[in-house]
Design a protein around this ligand. Structure first.
Ligand SMILES: Cc1cc2nc3c(=O)[nH]c(=O)nc-3n(C[C@H](O)[C@H](O)[C@H](O)COP(=O)(O)OP(=O)(O)OC[C@H]3O[C@@H](n4cnc5c(N)ncnc54)[C@H](O)[C@@H]3O)c2cc1C
Length: 350
C-alpha cells in the first residue's frame, strides 16, 4: 500500500533523511487519504486509557441502568457503561479485574450487572469452544456441526458492493461506513449485517467474518467466528432470521443512524429511509436521490425487493419500541396508527 512497505524499513528511513515520515509521505492513494480524514477514532489506546474507562464505569451510578437495552443501540454507547470491549480484547484491561470489580458494585441494577458479567463469561466460553474444535471452528464451511442448511455462494460483485457500502440497503451501507470509520459496530448492528450477508444473500459467512476482522478495533478471533456461526445459522440451537427493513424500522425508526453515515440520503422522507429504492420517480427527483445514479440500486434479494413491502407485526414492533422509548428517544412513539389488524404503519413526519 504505502511506499514505506516497499524495500526495507532502513532504506525508507534513509530516503526520508532519518525522520519519521508525515502521513502524506507514506504513499497512500487519494481515496485512502480521504478515508483517513473522515476517521472518527472513538477511543484512546493503552492500559492507562482502559483503566480510566473502567474507573468511569465503576464510579458512574447509572452505568448499568440500561445495559441490556443498550446492546440494541446502533450508535456506540454514549451513556451508561461506555464500551469496554476494545480494551478488554486487546489485553489493555484484565478480564478478571473487570469481572471482579464490576461484581463488587452495589447497585439497584443487579440483574444488568450479572448480564454484563455473563457476557464476559460468554467470551471465555467461545475461547474454550475454539480450543476444542481448533481449525474446524474457523475454517469449516458449515461450522462445527456441519449444518449445511444454506449453500454458500461467492459472488464477487455482490461482495464488493457490500464492502464498498454500495448494497443499496441504507442500514447495511451505514453499518459498513460506521465500521470503517470508527472500527466499531454495536451488537445489534453486527447481527443485522451478518444475517443479511449470510442468510439473505447466501454469501460465504467466512468472507463476512474476515471483513469484520479487518476493521473491528475489538476483533477477537474466538468471539467473532463463534458469533458469525450463530448469525449464519450454523451455530448451536435455533436458527434466527432477521429482516433488515424491520430491524431498521424498530431500531432506527427516524433514520438518524442511517443519515449520520449516509448524508446523501438526508432529504429522503422517513417512510422510505430504509428502502429508498421504492421511492416513486417524482419523489426521487424531489429529494435529489436518484436510485442507480446518486444512490445505488438495491442488491436483488426477494425478501427486500418483492413488490409488496411487509411490515413488522404489531407484537414485534411493540416490544422493540419499548427499548427505543426507554433508551434512545423517549417520547418518540406518541401514537401509532394500525394499518391492518396486525400490521403497523410507520410514524409520519411532515
Ligand atoms: C457478527 C458478530 C461479530 C462479533 N465479533 C466480536 C469480536 O470480534 N470481538 C468481541 O469481543 N465481540 C464480538 N462480538 C460480540 C459482541 O458484539 C461484542 O462483544 C459487543 O458488542 C462488545 O461491545 P460492547 O460495547 O457491548 O462491550 P461491553 O459491554 O463493554 O463488553 C465487554 C466485553 O464483554 C464480552 N462480550 C459482550 N457481549 C458479548 C457477546 N455477545 N459475545 C462474546 N463476548 C461478548 C466481550 O469480551 C467484550 O469485550 C460479535 C458479535 C457478532 C454478532
Amino acid at each position: 500500500m504505502g511506499k514505506s512497505e516497499e524495500g526495507s524499513g532502513k532504506e525508507g528511513m534513509e530516503e526520508l533523511g532519518g525522520k519519521v515520515p508525515m502521513i502524506e509521505e507514506c504513499g497512500f492513494r487519494k481515496e485512502e487519504m480521504e478515508l483517513l480524514s473522515t476517521l472518527k477514532p472513538s477511543i484512546k489506546a493503552g492500559e492507562e486509557a482502559g483503566l480510566h474507562q473502567l474507573r468511569t464505569v465503576l464510579d458512574t451510578k447509572t452505568s448499568f441502568d440500561h445495559y441490556n437495552d443498550q446492546k440494541d443501540e446502533l450508535q456506540q454507547k454514549k451513556a451508561g457503561p461506555a464500551s469496554l470491549t476494545q480494551w478488554v480484547v486487546n489485553g489493555c484491561l484484565s478480564v478478571r479485574r473487570v469481572y471482579e470489580e464490576v461484581g463488587r458494585l452495589e447497585s439497584k441494577q443487579a440483574e444488568e450487572i450479572e448480564q454484563f458479567r455473563s457476557d464476559l463469561l460468554l467470551r471465555d466460553f467461545l475461547y474454550f469452544r475454539a480450543l476444542k474444535y481448533q481449525s474446524k471452528y474457523f475454517n469449516a464451511e458449515y461450522g462445527i456441526y456441519d449444518r449445511s442448511n444454506d449453500k454458500w455462494e461467492t459472488d464477487p460483485i455482490i461482495i464488493e458492493k457490500i464492502k464498498g457500502a454500495k448494497s443499496g440497503m441504507p442500514m447495511i451501507d451505514a453499518l459498513v461506513r460506521c465500521l470503517k470509520t470508527t472500527g466499531y459496530i454495536s451488537l445489534r448492528g453486527r447481527m443485522i449485517f451478518a444475517h443479511y450477508f449470510s442468510q439473505d444473500l447466501k454469501q460465504d459467512w467466512r468472507i463476512g467474518a474476515k471483513f469484520f476482522q479487518k476493521y473491528q478495533l475489538d476483533f477477537e478471533p474466538c468471539s467473532i467466528y463463534g458469533e458469525w456461526h450463530a448469525s449464519a445459522g450454523i451455530g448451536p440451537g435455533k436458527i434466527y432470521k432477521f429482516h433488515v427493513l424491520n430491524q431498521g424500522q424498530a431500531f432506527d425508526p427516524d433514520g438518524s443512524f442511517i443519515k449520520s453515515y449516509l448524508p446523501e440520503l438526508e432529504k429522503v422522507p422517513i417512510e422510505f429511509i430504509h428502502d429508498p429504492y421504492r421511492m416513486p420517480k417524482e419523489l426521487q427527483q424531489k429529494c435529489g436521490v436518484i436510485i442507480g445514479e446518486t444512490y445505488p440500486r438495491c442488491i436483488e434479494c426477494e425478501r427486500y425487493t418483492q413488490k409488496d413491502r411487509r411490515y413488522p407485526t404489531e407484537r414485534t414492533l411493540e416490544s422493540q419500541k419499548k427499548i427505543f422509548e426507554k433508551v434512545i428517544k423517549p417520547g418518540y412513539f406518541v401514537k401509532t396508527t394500525q394499518q391492518t389488524s396486525r400490521r403497523v404503519k410507520l410514524p409520519k413526519i411532515d
